[in-house]
Design a protein around this ligand. Sequence first.
Ligand SMILES: [Zn+2]
Length: 118
Amino acid sequence: MLSEYDVVACRRCRAPIWWAVTAAKHRQAVNAVPVDAEPDPAGRLALYRDDTGRLRVRTLTKERAELEHAEVRGMAHAATCGRPTAPVAVAEPEPEAAASAGRLVPDYIVDIPIRWHR
Ligand SMILES: [Zn+2]
């Protein structure tokens, strides 16, 4: 079951997000929705809590396209996060950026604590 207590705000666009963990142990930002709201039907992620309460995520694939067990549909935040209106020219990546290039989560998605707005 999803929870509203671990919702954080994307530092870039302020949208509420959850952090979930993929099978490969990567962190992935997922658009948070109130627990009683309908999930985004366009979402291609399946969310569930594992035995330790950690929010896990998998991508709905052609082979496993349906939600299973207690999974809830979710939308990757990177798919909807506000983007720059003008192209950003990047000459050379910073060493830190290069080191994180393989990460699933863009650097601009940073979690900060928020309270859910009702
Ligand atoms: Zn965002």
